[in-house]
Design a protein around this ligand. Structure first.
Ligand SMILES: C[S@@+](CC[C@H](N)C(=O)[O-])C[C@H]1O[C@@H](n2cnc3c(N)ncnc32)[C@H](O)[C@@H]1O
Length: 307
């Protein structure tokens, strides 16, 4: 399993009875987690001090109960800063387990920049939410920009696509908080499928593609996305906008039952057969500090170019 174990501002303190107890900076949140099927004892000194609790409703959805939590606060990860706020469906605006994928992307981009001086890399982040992966890639480029006074001279540009205007605005705020307001990031409110189809027609190509599609989603005009039916044709479509020498491709999924080997099969068939390189897939997870065990969070499939 790939573990997001580089966090300082975030930790899973414990998990039991369908819920996980987390520390986000100095605030403790208790949120539902369907993976937590164990009823392990709850240490009162840990579980007694909550800032907010998201209660799942039996009718679907749920609601937040607040004790002492500001409307918005922020946490850092390496050189990135994320604005958090509790909102619908237990979200805070960040999936902390994705940090293990951000580290992986940055490592690949760093190596690609050092091995290809002068080359510019175009990254596409689909279903991009509040921009965690967008900022990780943009920050790596920013470190290597040709002119330290000019963010636009970064060797990495990122196109960020999400159907929700609110999420895209939130990503822009996160970029500003992370000191990346002038980095070359193009923000688009669009349906991912329609966007990729247009990019094929326009002849635009990308060196790296990231996608974290929901199990079920809707585009801005109500376009329906159902992962089991939509993923393979969509990945196939995305391979048409890969450049001649792509550097990575990442698919993440939170859909229960979608095993890493399924991602690996699709990536091997659609990408590795054509470009060579290396495919890997695994579960991603977060360490649980009170037990020393690991909470599984989802699955990722990764392809990278080998030099
Ligand atoms: C599971 S979240 C992605 C999580 C994010 N990548 C991360 O790790 O922080 C799914 C996102 O996909 C967006 N979305 C859903 N259907 C879409 C569609 N058809 N086109 C574009 N975005 C869509 C939603 O607005 C939401 O922001």
């Amino acid at each position: 399993m790939w573990l997001a174990d580089n966090w300082k501002d975030y930790e899973v303190l414990d998990c039991s009875e369908g819920e996980k107890l987390e520390r986000w900076g100095k605030y403790r949140l208790l949120r539902p987690d369907p993976q937590v099927i164990w009823n392990t004892p709850k240490e009162p000194s840990l579980w007694g001090k909550l800032n907010a609790h998201y209660h799942r409703s039996t009718k679907g959805g749920g609601e937040w109960e607040f004790f002492d939590l500001p409307e918005q606060w922020s946490i850092g990860y390496l050189d990135l800063k994320f604005n958090l706020k509790p909102f619908s469906f237990k979200h805070t605006g960040l999936f902390p387990e994705q940090a293990v994928n951000w580290d992986w992307m940055r490592g690949i981009l760093k190596e690609a920049i050092s091995k290809n001086p002068g080359r510019e890399f175009k990254v596409l982040n689909l279903f991009a939410y509040t921009g965690g992966a967008t900022l990780a890639c943009a920050a790596e480029g920013y470190i290597h920009r040709a002119n330290p006074g000019d963010g636009q001279s970064s060797p990495i540009s990122v196109t960020h696509v999400d159907a929700s205007k609110g999420m895209v605005n939130w990503a822009k705020e996160n970029a500003a908080s992370s000191g990346l307001a002038d980095a070359p990031i193009r923000y688009l409110v669009d349906d991912c499928q329609k966007f990729v189809e247009r990019e094929i027609r326009r002849g635009n190509r990308y060196d790296a593609i990231i996608m974290d599609p929901p199990s079920y989603g809707r585009g801005p005009k109500g376009e329906i996305w159902k992962l089991e039916e939509s993923l393979f044709p969509f990945v196939e479509l995305c391979t048409k906008i890969l450049s001649e020498k792509p550097v990575f491709f990442l698919i993440n999924s939170y859909t229960t039952g979608l095993q890493p080997a399924v991602l690996s099969y699709m990536i091997n068939y659609l990408i590795a057969k054509r470009f060579g390189g290396k495919t890997e897939a695994d579960e991603i997870g977060l360490p649980v500090s009170s037990s020393g065990l690991v909470l599984p969070c989802g699955a990722s499939g990764r392809w990278q170019m080998s030099y």
